[in-house]
Design a protein around this ligand. Structure first.
Ligand code: SAH
Length: 504
């Protein structure tokens, strides 16, 4: 069985990684990765995986190829599983072929996991099909950065000039004037469309279309940089018509998500699907309690209550975990009334076979009490399973309304012991446009990690708060949320961001 895998990481969008590649990332013992492989994937590595970076650092060059080859062979000999992860496809200008040869010579078995190459993916994300019956019958992948040790050009400009093939140049930005010139000199019309796509498929993708005659000066005017592919041919004329990715409403907008990692994926995925550059910065973590005796007792005496009010998804999850521990299930609620404060909490209950009797129209404690009172909760015995530390409004008001309230902590949130350096660097580099807060504790902990005095220096960064209670906490730190959705939910928050970003 092979223990070395040459793996393509695709063009950058995490969704463009193959299932096989993910499997190997998750199981490898040693990860050797490159500049163009999306580093987000490393989060799937096993905790004890040895992670080695051989790509560019800042402006520096990569580790020389012969040193990379030696490293792969050396690590492979240890008998551990090595994942050699490269951007795009490992055999398309990835020097994967050379690494494969080294391995064969060293007598080491290996497998290749092809990846989606930038020349196809970045083109597609820019609205350019690399072949199209109206324009061309073939496509060429060409290096725009020839091996400098070669005496003569390996590129046959005469053939490229004469053919009507779509030409896709990799690593060509520095040689763009030469490329355009050679093609025109060899017969391609000066008005042949040319597209440049930079950081294709990533949230910071940009692209433009020009023609052979003007593309070099247009790129210079835009101060165009690598990594970028250059596409030449009639298919580029479809860029405006078929372009879809760059139309996304949050494309390129830096958005900080402060929710606990366990809860963030919904928000993160929706933001990404709208094109945002998401910075995950969990400020709190959701943790089980040290001791569940009290919860167990409450569950065994559940029949005492007429109402159970769930205030969060986590409240439902942790309560059910204890139910299961005891060997019970949803039947224990019998004829009891159940309330869910918010649509996500309601869905969590539905997933467990319970249709809530009450879901408030607005998701803050004050409105909830009003609604519950209308449902005749006065005088009832009410159980509220929730976080250890939480707002007292709901229990207090229910008590005032004559209920007999028991607050039952089923989990706790803790400050994540991270430092704010990464976010402060991103703020300093102008990469952040929005910071989202989904609860008061995310606000408090954010300013614990990124001091208000530092945050003050970035008045253009907008705060998006999920609702009025969270907004109050933001104000305590001396800031005013620029955005607050009408309904205090995650989808509402995303809609508010989109409205703000598009000015609609
Ligand atoms: N093996 C890679 C190519 C590596 S060569 C693949 O199959 O995609 C590096 C060149 O690939 C860059 O100079 C650039 O031309 C291109 N490239 C890689 N990722 C890119 C991206 N996301 N957007 C645009 N070009 C990209």
């Amino acid at each position: 069985m092979a223990n070395v895998f040459l793996v393509g990481a695709g063009p950058g969008d995490p969704g463009m990684l193959t299932l096989r590649a993910k499997e190997i990332i998750e199981t490898c013992d040693i990860m050797i990765y490159d500049y163009l492989a999306n580093a987000d994937f490393l989060k799937w590595c096993k905790p004890d995986c040895e992670i080695l970076y051989v790509g560019k650092k800042g402006g520096d060059h990569t580790l020389p190829q012969d040193k990379i080859n030696d490293l792969i062979v050396e690590k492979a000999r240890s008998g551990l599983v090595v994942c050699r992860l490269k951007g795009g496809d490992p055999y398309v200008f990835g020097r994967g072929g050379e690494e494969g040869e080294e391995l064969v010579e060293a007598g080491i078995d290996f497998e290749v996991v092809p990846g989606i190459t930038a020349g196809v993916a970045a083109a597609a994300y820019a609205g350019i099909p690399v072949t199209h019956r109206d324009f061309t019958t073939s496509v060429c992948f060409i290096t725009g950065h020839e091996d400098p040790t070669k005496a003569e050009s390996g590129n046959n400009w005469e053939v490229y000039g004469r053919s009507n093939s779509t030409l896709v140049f990799y690593m060509g930005v520095g040689n763009l004037p030469m490329i355009a010139q050679n093609l025109m000199e060899n017969g391609r019309p000066a008005d042949t469309p040319v597209a440049l796509v930079r950081w294709g498929t990533r949230c910071n993708q940009t692209s433009f279309v020009s023609d052979l005659e003007h593309v070099a000066e247009d790129a210079q005017a835009r101060n165009w940089k690598a990594p970028s592919i250059i596409i030449v041919g009639g298919v580029c004329s479809l860029h405006d018509k078929l372009g879809w990715f760059e139309k996304k409403p949050l494309l390129g907008q830096g958005v900080v998500v402060t929710r606990a990692r366990e809860q963030a994926s919904g928000l993160v995925n929706v933001l990404r699907s709208h094109g945002a550059c998401v910075h995950e910065f969990p400020t709190i973590s959701v943790e089980p309690l040290a001791d569940y005796n009290e919860v167990e007792t409450a569950i065994l005496q559940l029949a005492r209550y007429q109402w159970v009010v769930f205030t969060s998804v986590n409240g439902v999850k942790f309560f059910w975990e204890q139910l299961r521990e005891i060997g019970l299930d949803a039947r224990i609620f019998g004829g009891m009334q159940i309330a869910a404060i918010g649509p996500a909490t309601a869905d969590e209950l539905r997933a467990r076979g319970i249709e809530p009797d009450f879901i408030p129209e607005k998701y803050v404690a004050e409105h909830v009490v009003e609604g519950l009172l209308k449902r005749g909760i006065q005088g009832s015995d009410v159980l509220i399973p929730r976080a250890k530390v939480a707002r007292e409004v709901l229990p207090r008001e229910l008590k005032e309304a004559g209920c007999n309230v028991t607050v039952l902590p089923v989990y706790e949130t803790r400050l994540v012991q991270a430092d704010g350096d990464e976010i402060m660097t991103a703020l300093g580099a102008g990469k952040i446009r929005y910071v989202t807060f989904t609860s008061s504790s995310t606000v408090e902990n954010f300013f614990e990690l990124v001091p208000a005095d530092v945050f003050k220096n970035y008045p253009d960064v907008k705060i998006a708060s999920i609702g009025p209670v969270t907004s109050e906490t933001v104000k305590r730190f001396g800031f005013t949320p620029a955005l607050e959705p009408e309904d205090y939910t995650i989808p509402g928050l995303v809609d508010a961001l989109i409205k703000d970003a598009t000015g609609e």
